[in-house]
Design a protein around this ligand. Structure first.
Ligand code: SF4
Length: 73
């Protein structure tokens, strides 16, 4: 299993992760991206989701201009 984590607070809403990986990423009501079905940690302001296969999330991690997407194994 791997975990996808997004620092939602620092997302600038560029949309790159949604374009590259729409299976896992979507817009929220503040025009920022969030992880579909991700769990939101109110204290850390982070979304996280456990996945069996990271698939296109690697592309999203590498392309995020402010490096707020992290994948941990
Ligand atoms: S690529 Fe990064 S900055 Fe752009 S919308 Fe996704 S998480 Fe936010």
């Amino acid at each position: 299993m791997a975990k996808i984590i997004q620092n939602h607070e620092e997302c600038i809403g560029c949309g790159t992760c949604i374009a590259l990986c729409p299976k896992y990423w979507e817009w929220d009501e503040d025009n920022k991206a969030r992880i579909k079905a991700g769990k939101f940690d109110e204290n850390k302001k982070e979304y996280e989701l456990e996945v069996g296969d990271i698939e296109c999330n690697k592309d999203a991690e590498e392309a995020c201009p402010v490096s707020v997407i992290k994948i941990s194994n």
